[in-house]
Structures are given as structure tokens and as C-alpha cells.
Design a protein around this ligand. Structure first.
Ligand SMILES: Nc1ncnc2c1ncn2[C@@H]1O[C@H](COP(=O)(O)OP(=O)(O)OP(=O)(O)O)[C@@H](O)[C@H]1O
Ligand SMILES: CC(C)(CO)[C@@H](O)C(=O)NCCC(=O)O
Ligand SMILES: [K+]
Length: 241
């Protein structure tokens, strides 16, 4: 099977064998031209010869249509995930027409009907979602640390910071530190607040910035890099039955 994640910033794919082991994996910035990027990958995908391609996309109808056109040339069946609020594994109180399918799949990949869970996605946007015994209660969306820095940069005159590291939440005494520490605190503080409000919810983090954020959170966090892929596998396993 081939699994595609068309994210806000990057296109990721995983090739798995019959028992779900990852044989190949890659991630590339698509610069809002995912179909063109896929075109360059078709030779590789043809060589892989998967029997099916399962797709998660948050790129919207227009780009998805272009992606479909590119994938049609491969003669391999493919299907986009559609969010379903009444899905048997997890019900959701969220507006299903609006819920991003990456968020939904990450939750589907983590959901455990015996637990209360808080799933935190640390990608281009940071998302926090609460799940109570397999019912999605709702969540929050934040710009990630880089988007926050860009918005300060472009919305102010005296903040000209465009690089630096996000490594502390202690108060800063220079613009550079105040910007980086303030932004990191906005995310870490939100996670800690949610954690305090929902002490019985297990904290689960995924995405490229998970480690950076988790180390400042005042409770133990389970980092799982496989949530979206796991969600895709669960979704298509179910939809085939
Ligand atoms: N090789 C890398 N390329 C880009 N970002 C990376 C890389 N390694 C780690 N990161 C970190 O991962 C974050 C992005 O997380 P993730 O990979 O989950 O999302 P994304 O693919 O950029 O976004 P999306 O899934 O929304 O397209 C970036 O903010 C960056 O700090
Ligand atoms: C929130 C993001 C940007 C996270 O990648 C994505 O899931 C998305 O575009 N969602 C649509 C809005 C929503 O989930 O309500
Ligand atoms: K947008």
C-alpha cells in the first residue's frame, strides 16, 4: 500500500508491505504545487507498484482535483479520506464539513475507547483535540511557532527577527529572546492549561515540533510519530470491510 499525506507545507508518503511495515518513506515541501511534485514521483510510485493509494489531504478541492488527475495516470486505485463524524471507531461533535482530515486521522490513529485522550498535532498549525472514550469533544487551532514569528515580523516595525531557536520559556531580555520565548510559551502555556483543565486525559503529541514543545510541558507526554499513518491504515481497513 502507498499512503499519501498532502499537508499544508509538505507532501509525505509511506510505502508499506502486507503486514503494515514501512518499506519506504519520504517528506518534501510541495510549495503549493503538490500535483507537480507528484508528477516527479510517478516513476518511483510505478516501481513500487502498490495495489492501492490512500490519501489524506488538507489542500482543498482545487488542488485535490489536480492531484487526482496526476494519480489517474498511474492506473493504481486511489482514494481520498473523507471525515465522518459518525465513524464507528470515533464519533465527533466537531463540524465534519470543516474538520481537517489530518486532525481526524491523527485522532483515529490514537483513539482508544477505554481512555480519555488529548491529541496534539505539532505541524504547520498546532492543534489540540480532546477525546473522551472515543468521542471527539472538539479542539483548538494555533499558528505554529514559525507562523507566529512571521506574523510578528510582518506586523511590526522594530521586530526584525527571522531566525533564532525556540529553546526556552524563561523571560527574555533581548528582542530575539523575548520573541522566541514568548512564542514558545504561547504554545506550551496552552498545552499546560489544557492539561490542568483535563487532568484525566492522556497527552499525546505528534508532528515535527512535538519534541521541542513536549520538553517544556509540566506533565508526561507520549510522542507518537505514527498517528496519521496509523489513522490512514485504520480508515481504509474499515472502509474495505
Ligand atoms: N526536515 C524537516 N523539514 C521541515 N520541517 C521539519 C523537518 N524536521 C522537523 N521539522 C519541524 O516540523 C515542523 C512541521 O511539522 P510536520 O512535519 O508535522 O508538519 P508539516 O509537514 O510541515 O506540516 P503539514 O503536515 O501541515 O504540511 C516544522 O515546524 C519543523 O520545525
Ligand atoms: C488545522 C489544520 C491546518 C492542521 O493541519 C488542518 O487540519 C485544516 O486545515 N483544518 C481545517 C479547519 C479545521 O480543522 O477546523
Ligand atoms: K488558508
Amino acid at each position: 500500500m502507498l499512503w499519501l499525506d498532502l499537508g499544508n507545507t509538505r507532501l509525505k508518503y509511506w510505502l508499506t508491505d502486507d503486514i503494515g511495515q514501512i518499506i519506504s518513506h519520504d517528506a518534501t515541501q510541495h510549495l503549493q504545487a503538490p500535483a507537480e511534485l507528484l508528477m516527479g514521483l510517478t516513476d518511483r510510485f510505478e516501481r513500487y507498484a502498490p495495489d492501492f493509494i490512500g490519501i489524506s489531504s488538507v489542500l482543498g478541492d482545487e488542488l485535490n482535483a489536480k492531484v487526482s488527475k496526476t494519480l489517474s495516470r498511474l492506473n493504481i486505485p486511489f482514494e481520498f479520506v473523507h471525515v465522518d463524524a459518525e465513524y464507528p471507531l470515533m464519533r465527533s461533535a466537531y463540524d465534519a464539513n470543516q474538520l481537517g482530515c489530518d486532525r481526524w486521522l491523527q485522532m483515529l490513529g490514537a483513539v482508544d475507547k477505554t481512555k480519555r485522550q488529548c491529541v496534539i498535532g505539532c505541524g504547520t498549525a498546532v492543534t489540540i483535540d480532546l477525546i473522551d472514550h472515543a468521542t471527539h469533544l472538539g479542539g483548538y487551532i494555533f499558528p505554529n511557532i514559525y507562523l507566529q514569528r512571521e506574523s510578528l515580523f510582518s506586523g511590526t516595525k522594530q521586530i526584525t527577527i527571522s531566525n533564532g531557536t525556540f529553546d526556552s520559556i524563561t523571560q527574555g531580555t533581548t528582542t530575539q529572546d523575548a520573541v522566541h520565548r514568548g512564542i514558545l510559551l504561547s504554545i506550551v502555556g496552552a498545552v499546560n492549561e489544557i492539561s490542568n483543565r483535563h487532568p484525566n486525559f492522556e497527552l499525546i503529541m505528534t508532528g515535527g515540533d512535538a519534541q521541542m514543545i513536549a520538553q517544556h510541558v509540566n506533565r508526561s507526554v507520549r510522542i507518537r510519530d505514527d498517528l496519521l499513518l496509523n489513522g490512514l491504515a485504520r480508515y481504509f481497513d474499515h472502509s474495505k470491510k
